[in-house]
Design a binder for this molecule. Structure first.
Ligand code: NAD
Length: 475
């Protein structure tokens, strides 16, 4: 049932100009399940021209009518959810129920922005002379180029796509070559819902070639990228060179701070679910578990028991609670990070090895006490690795939480409202959730600070990225 994926340019689904394709591999079986079209420069030039034309048309449609098209796209996503989720599991590996949740939450995101687009208010500024109207207007910034990764093939696109369209922008999405079919179904839902030709375009190919070409292209006015910090820095530099606005959603290394006064069972339940979702390939996944020293061992023991209950398997199989890693790069990264951690004095409490030799399966792993200078305490693990270290005082925990250049998400557990308030005030990050799991809703801001990026993708803040201000003074 897996389909080959085409480009979508100027209202047409088609092969790349040169006919080249890239194979798509199922990470659970390592079998090639299909192909995706590999765009050439000719295709990219057409996509840029199409986005320019699409923008001219889409911006003239009222926010009210744009919202109707978007709402239809959300309905189509829900109608097609089981087919789309299956495609995602086959190409990306995550368990089917996680893929289903991703498709459903995409529909929620589309609906949120469909409504938010109707509230892009400007201002009337009191004038100094009679009969003068001073207007601050909000306008769509123009055609957008969006670059998205393979860990959430739909979710990473939908926040950019929906906000851009709601604001009145057109878009070219460079979606993940490793998980192209589910991404293309998201685009299809907008096309089938009546988005005019050129409004929504989809390309795949060699990421560096595409970003180089599109960021420099005069038709493109805004860049949005989700991926690793090193690539984000390159693209932000390129955007600066061409004076293009940019939103960057980059890597993280989220501290999860558990105080001795917290409900340890609740913390274990919530954090273990968050840790191993999508096999840990989540930018906001809890990664550095900082546990107050007098509850360190009980916390680790309870956490390890949770890990024992995880069933790793092909995401299509009933009961599999964690799938394979999405590609062999992550497998090698896990092995290298763990070897280095053990070398540094860490102890593996559970897991630590590849499972079998077919499919990119890796054991959910708990490792305690690596040295501060080990790679795993400094690099984003992006896999099923929970790293645990004890801390003594509040100040020690904050110092460790803020030690790295990352500043994406943070988690904390305490029964003291005073500690909770101090955590919220002192952790350097874009998002912090205390005593529950509260990140990533359509209506709440999502984004990082420091090396984790710039700009926000959710909530009212999310649409701001696609709007520019024009001042009109009229008499
Ligand atoms: P990578 O750094 O090469 O690529 C990360 C993403 O950026 C991919 O989607 C890739 O297609 C894209 N990319 C790479 N170079 C690009 C360029 N010049 N122009 C445009 N897009 C480009 O490595 P990878 O092996 O795919 O992923 C590894 C690391 O990336 C992970 O360790 C993690 O840190 C990060 N990552 C982060 C997220 C996230 O949600 N923030 C998602 C996926 C990967």
């Amino acid at each position: 049932m897996y389909q080959n994926t085409l480009l979508h340019i100027g209202g047409h689904w088609r092969l790349a100009a040169g006919g080249d394709t890239i194979p798509v591999v199922n990470p659970a079986t390592e079998e090639v399940v299909g192909t995706v079209a590999h765009a050439t420069t000719e295709d990219l030039a057409e996509a840029a021209a199409a986005a320019k034309g699409g923008f001219a048309e889409w911006r003239k449609i009222s926010p009210y009518d744009r919202s109707k098209v978007m709402r239809r796209a959300a309905v189509l996503m829900r109608e097609r959810e089981s087919t789309i989720a299956r495609l995602m599991t086959i190409e990306q590996g995550k368990p089917l129920n996680e893929a289903l949740i991703e498709v459903r939450s995409a529909a929620d995101v589309i609906e949120w922005f469909a409504e938010e687009g109707r509230r892009t208010y400007g201002r009337v500024i009191p004038a100094r002379g009679e009969g003068i109207y001073q207007l601050s207007l909000r306008e769509p910034v123009g055609p957008v180029a969006a670059f998205t990764p393979w860990n959430f093939p739909i979710n990473q696109i939908v926040r950019k796509l929906s906000a851009a369209l709601a604001a009145g922008c057109s878009i070219i999405v460079k979606a993940p070559e490793e998980a192209p079919a589910s991404a293309s179904e998201l685009i299809r839902s907008f096309v089938d819902a009546g988005a005019p030709a050129g409004t929504v375009n989809l390309v795949f190919g060699t990421p560096a070639e595409i970003s180089q070409y599109l960021i420099a292209h005069p038709a493109i006015r805004k860049i949005s990228f989700t991926g690793s910090t090193p690539v984000g820095k390159q693209l932000a530099a390129l955007a600066g060179l061409h004076m293009k606005r940019a939103t960057m959603e980059l890597g993280g290394h989220a501290p999860a701070i558990v105080f001795a006064d917290s409900d340890i069972d609740a913390a274990v339940n919530i954090l273990s679910a968050a840790k191993f979702r999508n096999a840990g390939q989540v930018c906001v996944a809890p990664t550095r578990f900082l546990i107050q020293e007098n509850v360190f061992e009980p916390f680790v023991d309870k956490f390890v028991k949770k890990v024992q209950a995880i069933k790793v398997g092909n995401g299509l199989e009933e009961g599999a609670s964690m799938g394979p890693l999405a590609n062999d790069r992550r497998l090698h990264a896990m092995e290298a990070l763990l070897a280095d951690a053990v070398q540094s004095g860490a102890e593996v409490r559970i897991g630590g090895r590849r499972i079998g030799n077919k499919g990119f399966f890796f054991e959910p792993t708990v490792v305690v006490n690596p040295s501060l200078s080990s790679r795993v305490m400094n690099e984003e693990p992006f896999g099923p690795l929970a790293i645990m270290v004890p801390f003594k005082s509040f100040d020690d925990a904050i110092e460790e939480a803020n030690r790295l250049p990352y500043g994406l998400a943070a988690y904390a557990y305490t029964s003291s409202t005073r500690t909770a308030a101090a955590l919220g005030a002192n952790i350097e990050c874009g998002m912090v959730t205390i005593n529950h799991m509260g990140l990533g809703l359509p209506e709440t801001p999502f984004g990082g600070i420091k090396d984790s990026g710039m700009g926000s993708e959710g909530g009212s803040e999310g649409i701001e990225a696609y709007l520019q201000t024009k001042f009109v003074s009229q008499m």
